[in-house]
Write a protein that binds this ligand. Sequence first.
Ligand SMILES: [Zn+2]
Length: 476
Amino acid sequence: MKLARLFAALCVLAVSLPVGADTIVLKNGQHIRAASVTEDASHVTYHTDAGQLSIPRSIVARIEHDAYDGSSAASGSEQLPLAPPEVEPVPGDEKVARLAVHDHAVDFGYIARLESEARTGSSASIAKVAAAHYAAAQYFLHRGETGSAIEQYRQGLTFAPDNLGLLLNLAVLELRDSQFRAALEPLEHAQSVSPDSPDVAKLMGWAYYGANKTREAIEEWKRAQKMRPDPEVQQALEKAERDQAEEASYQEGETAHFTLKYYGGAAPDLARAILRALEDDFNDLASQLDYTPPEPIGVILYTEQSFADITRAPGWVGALNDGRLRIPVQGLDSVTPELAHVLKHELTHSFVGQKSHGRAPTWLQEGIAQYMEGRRSGSAASTLVTDAAQGILPHLNALEGSWMGLSGDSAAVAYAWSLAVVEAMIDAGGVSDISRLLDRIATAPSTELAVQETLRASYGDIEQQTITYLQREYVH
Ligand SMILES: [Zn+2]
């Protein structure tokens, strides 16, 4: 199929095939379905229809060799590799919890009354407010509304800023959301309240590790181990130490919004040119999406044969975004048009991921990334319109999770269709619609609900509008 060639080169994830029985789980929670997985000290290697691929060992959480369960494949970063410590803000205050949440709803009136009592200051009434917000947060968590749960912890902390339970529970949710800098805030406060807590040190280590501060992560985890040995922390510590050893051999560059590392001495000019291109892309995306990522984005250029060896494909294919942009540039000495596309595409994933708190579905992620890199639907339009008429286009809710189970052809259709949907949305309402949608997705219980609220349209409406748009714009 012609589409396959057009789209197969976009992402490492797009060319993985559901053959064989191994799943490579990346640290960011993404799954790569692959055949013939082998590993050595520094790399994990596997086979796809694009040839043999290698990724650095340091981004892999684990390799699962058991039978594949398609429903468990998920993109995003929902798994916290360390179990959160068990903490309760007000042990035994079940009465407050029962009054704060009853009849399948949060009693905001009751919480407001507790809050006005607490403003007059007794420590007992402040403890009650903390317990009530904790109970409300649990309620929202059970409904999958993480944003509302975070809000409840924050609200509780305005009354009880030193409550360790609220601080740690808030931090755990931020960590699960990959909001590592945000997580450091409650954790630093928790550390000042309880400097000898191994739980605080354990979570701080994770926050630093996620924020690419490997050295600080190692320090915290060593401290945690001294206070209370924990096999989970030990494992994380060993992994971080391996990363540090590997990264020690990289050279570094830095701009306002990026920290860049590259291996080997051959590429300082290329590195500078890439940073310039990324800064331009950053400013463009920040103004289009009305969002500025709070932390510098890590970029790693792979200039060495050993890693950039995405065999039988040009060196720039197979860029990867696992929180850092990992870009093979072997054989390049300038920013070619193809490399420029890859940079913008991968950087867009960072913006969309962070703005939506890691909750943007795959179709929206890939649709926006392709749109921003400059792709349009012209060459795919007539195929998509024909497929739609035959009823064989995938529905958007089938494209929300991981695309790992898709065959090469299906993945190509998924890319083309996702681009068309995003293109039609932008044609109708401008990029500002996309920006508002991403904000809503960050806190909404589901993407379809967020689409409904933001665009006043169901998935079915969106799909129909897209076909109408393709016919009007491209098919004559
Ligand atoms: Zn992509």
